[in-house]
Design a protein around this ligand. Structure first.
Ligand SMILES: Nc1ncnc2c1ncn2[C@@H]1O[C@H](COP(=O)(O)OP(=O)(O)O)[C@@H](O)[C@H]1O
Ligand SMILES: [Mg+2]
Length: 464
């Protein structure tokens, strides 16, 4: 019999864990329905803070960027106007920028490290989370001009830090919608003609929903490029074959195939590396990125182009003007928080400001991820050499892991006779002792990890 996932059992285990009064913190990967949470949220519009309590209703899903929940807000404690758009009793979508699956997390973080030489910023840097949310506000307004309604872009209300999962997050409107109606189309040749803009017979043109979505997403991408949000456009680029779920169709518009399309996901998960296209459309995107001098793509926008777009119709953006200055500040912090060789280039050689920011944001990231407590945070902020050492410990631990993996590979090669097969005077693999590699690697990996944990947090010190 298949064993079903039981929330009750999880709660029971949670209670047991609590009752033991352990020093080590409980590890949480995701939340179950019914969980009550409370966050200090920063309102996207006002920039003010509000304490918001909410209850998880449903785990909706999540890929590489993070995990999405449907939540109900059960209480707000805030001075007037500091939690604009959020109301007690209403339902929202909550996205926390850490994937529930370990594999997804490792894969995402590895690509990001290769691309930007730092941790995944949307997870670890509150300025990056806020920057993305403010961009979305501007995109929403642009959509009002282009599509006649702001409803085509989901509204995001606040950003926050989740200390349990160790990640930034955001709360936005919940869209009652669906992704795709699999339409049966007997006239694919006509559809092809339609796509190419050639003459076709109107009477045998099917796939109404498909065509509406295809057109909407293409127009939306054009708009994003026009306003300088070049890399956000990746999220809606049809040809990547994975962007379609980012655009939902509202259920209350079910009877009209054209109506109710809404863009919900502006947080990229995977960095696009120039040597690692992962979909047919990526080849084109890489080329276009290089033309914009962006070799590694993630979610970079062009502030100058955004300002030009705004200045072309200032009346439409009047009330958002104060947010533009805030966006510039957040972008400055965000983009300077990682070495990002391909964008920062030679600045890395001479800019003290850049390196100060990288060190500072590294500490912020460890705090967000709950690797360090307040005391360690203060001490690391006061000493660059300690910050570097703390980073180096992670590096050594990672090297231990690689050593273990190498040992396992050699071991497998030995067992399968592969070593004997490729052994030669030029490449003497017989002399590799795989099991000491594994044992040594494990000791290194865990040893440095333990030192780092004990240094980072008092409760881990006590635990050890
Ligand atoms: N605001 C929302 N309202 C309703 N459903 C949503 C909302 N945001 C996301 N979803 C659902 O969750 C799925 C995954 O969310 P998304 O933000 O695209 O994350 P990811 O791309 O990391 O998987 C979406 O395809 C959509 O079905
Ligand atoms: Mg998505």
């Amino acid at each position: 019999m298949a064993v079903e996932y039981s929330v009750d059992l999880c709660n029971e285990l949670k209670q047991t864990f609590k009752s033991k009064a352990l020093y080590r913190p409980m590890r949480v990967d995701r939340y179950d329905p019914g969980t009550e949470l409370s966050y200090e949220m920063q309102c996207v519009e006002s920039g003010k803070n509000a304490q918001v309590t909410l209850q998880i209703e449903k785990f909706v899903g999540g890929g590489y960027a993070g995990q999405v929940y449907r939540v109900k807000v059960t209480g707000i404690d805030a001075p007037d106007g500091s939690a604009r758009g959020i109301e007690t009793g209403s339902t929202y979508a909550m996205k926390i920028l850490i994937p529930p699956s370990t594999f997804s997390r490792l894969f995402r973080n590895t690509l990001y490290w290769i691309g930007f030489q730092g941790p995944f910023q949307l997870q670890t840097n509150p300025a990056a989370a806020r920057s993305g949310a403010i961009w979305q506000k501007f995109i929403r307004r642009a959509a009002k001009i282009r599509f006649g309604s702001e409803m085509v872009v989901n509204d995001v209300h606040a950003t926050f830090v989740d200390n349990k999962l160790g990640s930034c997050g955001e709360i936005s409107d919940w869209i009652e919608g669906r992704t795709w109606h699999l339409e049966v189309d007997d006239n694919l040749d006509t559809l092809k003609l339609w796509k190419k803009g050639k003459a076709f017979d109107e009477k045998i043109l099917d796939s109404a929903e498909y065509r509406a979505k295809y057109r909407f997403m293409h127009n939306f991408v054009d708009m994003l490029h026009d306003m300088g949000a070049h890399e956000f456009a990746r999220q809606y680029e049809w040809s990547t074959c994975k962007s379609q779920p980012n655009c939902l169709k509202r259920t209350d518009c079910d009877d009209d195939p054209e109506a109710g399309l809404v863009a919900v996901d502006f947080r990229a998960g995977l960095a696009l590396l120039p040597f690692l296209p992962m979909s047919p459309g990526d080849f084109k995107l890489i080329g276009k990125g290089i033309a914009r001098k962006s070799l590694v793509q993630f979610d970079r926008g062009n502030m100058e182009e955004l300002e030009n777009f705004i200045n072309a119709c200032p009346a439409d953006f009047e009330d958002l003007k104060p947010m533009l200055d805030e966006l510039k500040k957040c972008e400055d912090i965000y983009r300077d928080s990682v070495p990002d060789i391909t964008h920062n280039g030679t600045r890395l050689l001479y800019s003290g400001k850049l390196w100060n920011r990288i060190f500072d944001s590294a500490v912020t990231g460890w705090k967000v991820r709950n690797i360090i407590d307040e005391r360690t945070e203060v001490s690391l902020r006061n000493s660059k050499s300690n910050t570097f050492l703390f980073f180096a410990l992670a590096l050594f631990s990672g090297m231990g892991l690689l050593y273990t993996i190498a040992g396992v590979i050699f071991g497998l090669m030995r067992l399968t006779g592969l070593v004997e097969a490729i052994d030669s005077p030029w490449l003497s693999l017989r002399s590799v002792y795989w099991w000491p590699m594994i044992i040594g690697g494990v000791i290194f990996f865990n040893g440095f990890r333990m030192i780092r944990k004990a240094w980072g947090r008092q409760n881990w010190r006590k635990h050890y």
